[in-house]
Design a protein around this ligand. Structure first.
Ligand code: ZN
Length: 218
């Protein structure tokens, strides 16, 4: 269950400490491409079914304006925007775990209206948690930035402890560094969200930053 905590820095730190599963002293921030950051922004499963539909997560609604601000900033800085969208067929194995959601061709599988992709954005359909699994994502990322390829991926969307986490894993396996937008990802509960953030920082050379800070780096 999500727990309510008070406002303010002291309460935030207390909440973090209570949920500390992975030791923060062992986190390592992205460092490999420090001299030549080539970003891409990934928007994961911000679809009608994930936000307001069959797998709805009301905790995602307040972050929508943050993601929109990030996407506007990315587009005006020439940073590519990619949408990784569940697009399920009835035979997809994942549907043995989850009830039907984001079924291909249905309104539930469309990006929420507030974050609708623009013509220049890339839309990548996927059939399970990772945006890299059985998709063209890696090829597209390597074709960006004048074919030099993106090397640092900014992750937003749903869920911190599932598709964000699995996409971060596949990014790490392929030599990308990762920044997770702290106020641009969410999960079904605060503990799931927090532990998801901890997990990627511990294992995947990932940073977790507020969107305002991310925008300054674009
Ligand atoms: Zn799915």
């Amino acid at each position: 269950m999500a727990r309510e905590h008070g406002e303010g820095e002291a309460h935030r730190k207390l909440a973090e400490a209570e949920l500390a599963v992975y030791p923060p002293d062992y986190y390592r921030k992205p460092c490999v491409y420090e001299e030549d950051r080539r970003y891409a922004v990934l928007v994961i499963d911000m679809l009608n079914d994930f936000v307001t539909g069959s797998l709805k997560c009301e905790r995602a609604i307040p972050m929508v304006p943050n993601i929109r601000e990030l996407l506007d900033a990315a587009r005006s800085s020439g940073v590519p925007v990619m949408y990784l969208n569940d697009s399920h067929r009835p035979t997809d194995f994942e549907l043995n775990r989850w009830s039907p959601h984001a079924m291909r061709g249905t309104p539930g599988a469309e990006v929420i209206p507030e974050l609708k992709p623009r013509a220049a954005d890339h839309v990548v359909p996927k059939t399970t948690y990772s945006g890299f699994y059985a998709t063209d994502l890696d090829d597209i990322l390597r074709s960006l930035h004048g074919k030099q390829g993106a090397n640092t991926l900014i992750l937003t969307g749903l869920h911190t402890d599932c598709c964000v986490r699995h996409t971060a894993a596949d990014a790490f396996f392929r030599g990308y560094e990762v920044v997770v937008a702290e106020d641009g990802v969410q999960a079904f509960s605060e503990p799931q969200h927090r532990v998801g953030l901890q997990y990627v920082q511990y294992w995947y050379l990932a940073d977790v930053l507020p969107i305002k800070t991310v925008i300054k780096r674009l």
